[in-house]
Write a protein of this length. Sequence first.
Length: 517
Amino acid sequence: MSKNNTLINPLIKARIEKYINTNEVYEKGCVISVYDGIAVISGADDVMLNELVQFENGTYGVVFNLNIDSVSVVLLGEYSNINEGSVIKRTKKIINALVGDELLGRVIDPLCNPIDGKGNINTKKTSPIEQNAHSIFERAKIDTPLETGIFLIDTIFPIGLGQRELIIGDSQTGKTTIAINTIINQRGKNINCIYVSIGQKKSSLARIINKLSENNALEYTTIVSASASDLPSLKYIAPFVGITIAEEWMHAGKNVLIIYDDLSKHASSYRTISLLLKRSPGREAFPGDIFYLHSRLLERSCKLNEEKKGGSITCLPIIETQAGEISAYIPTNLISITDGQLFTQRSLFNEGQKPAIDVSLSVSRIGSAAQIKSIKKTASNIKIDIAQFLDVVAFNKFDDDIDEHTLKIIEHGKRIMILLKQNNDTYYSQIEEIIMLFAIKSKLIDFIPLNNILDFNEKLLNEFINNETIIKINKKKDISNEDENILFNDLRLYIKKYVSDIPGYDISNYFEESDKE
């Protein structure tokens, strides 16, 4: 017996040393009722607002309403097997999102589960999705351009790193195309991109993923998707997950571009949740805090100062209007929050003017502060030229008698509008935009027949990209009066050569007259 004791005692001691108390103590509550993605809970008296709670089936929910004798929880997953009497437990946490470089090239849902078939995401670093925006003392002046590659935007409505520029317009007018093309143009510019899809069809998202992949843009992009068939709660948290991922990179000193597509569906999902929670409705049945919802989201996009490592988040929220009504409730809210808007017009889109951005209704409140000097100087008159053209065209609809000065404005404006057209797969560099802007500013393009403008522009860019003056301008990011004079003469000689090859087209007399002047 003593021999057996000597064998058993060490085994018992080893088990005691390895013993871990696995008892879990948690606060719990009980489900009173479940309906349309909402669960009413009693018994969880100390639960916090926005706290994450877990149900017996593993589904999580977020506490939205704190009532006198119950709390209302918005469910984030399957709830068909959650019934009256089901037990919930507190987590004492709010929703966290995965963050880090491991998310680049991945497609995730709002709960950060991968949905791209590429396996698990190898990061355990998380961050709460609800955070305060940075104070004004932590921010820096917006003075560095975000190159979209879209001629009209970069030259007339420039976007700076850290800016919030709203893209607004009716459905099917090219809003998403502008955003996706901007992401593609960030290739090689060391800017991480996030595309938040809210309430979009899965087929539409698949096309976007394919386009990004074909242009090698997916490798520096993270996609957060809450599809049209998902619960309103998932559509609600999707943009907050996206901005949380972006903030992790911004705090590391990186530049980030984030797209919200679109916030009209985000507002609708929040309205649905609020009505189900029996919150008091306001204008258009939206809850009273809808403005605060979007302002606290968009204010998190900014440019930090050098003390905070100088990172930035540039935000392009998209909003859909009905019949061009930009004075509706949600559009006006977002216009007042953001730093400008790009308004896409259906009539322009139907006429083939793409991107279909209405110059008269669009604005960038950052303006030329976000442009390099060479673009700022060469683009100084283009918006005035377009405005004059649009006014003259509208006025002369009722008058066939056009004087010579008015005719020159119309002919010049027509050529500008043609140059503003841009194919989806065409992206202009800053130096190419300078060449085009100078051709417009000099008004030498007025000597080119309308039918030849696009051909001329293509050949002009190929010819002048290696021009000595252009190379010098590109190097110093500025253009002097001397540079302009040299460039004018070079451009003039090239145009004379170009038009001389057009059969039956002779403008030598015009050039001779301009020489005398």
